[in-house]
Design a binder for this molecule. Structure first.
Ligand SMILES: [Zn+2]
Ligand SMILES: [Zn+2]
Length: 92
C-alpha cells in the first residue's frame, strides 16, 4: 500500500486504517492511497461536519472514497450505522 510519495502517511489516516482497515466506510471499497484523484484514493470524512460542530477526533472520523465523499457532501445522518449515529448524537 502506498500512501504518499515519500512513503509516509498522515498519523490520523494511519490510525483510521488501523481501526477500520483501508476500506470506504460507506461502500466498503478497498482503497490504496491517501492522495490523488483515483477511485481508490481515500479521504477523511467528518461524520458531523466541522461546520456543524463536529471535531477531528477519532470518534467523529471515518475513511471514505472520493466518490462517497462527494456524494455525501455535508449531509447529516448520511450513514445510519451505530458508530455514525453515536457521533451524530454526541456532536450535533
Ligand atoms: Zn465509497
Ligand atoms: Zn456509518
Amino acid at each position: 500500500m502506498k500512501f504518499s510519495k515519500n512513503g509516509t502517511i498522515d498519523r490520523q489516516y494511519r490510525r483510521l486504517v488501523e481501526r477500520d482497515g483501508p476500506y470506504c466506510h460507506y461502500c466498503q471499497r478497498f482503497m490504496t492511497a491517501v492522495s490523488g484523484k483515483g477511485k481508490t484514493a481515500m479521504s477523511r470524512e467528518h461524520i458531523v461536519p466541522q461546520s456543524f460542530g463536529g471535531t477531528s477526533k477519532m470518534d467523529n472520523m471515518v475513511l471514505a472514497c472520493r466518490k462517497c465523499n462527494n456524494r455525501r457532501g455535508t449531509q447529516l445522518n448520511f450513514c445510519k450505522c451505530d458508530f455514525c449515529t453515536e457521533a451524530t448524537n454526541k456532536y450535533w
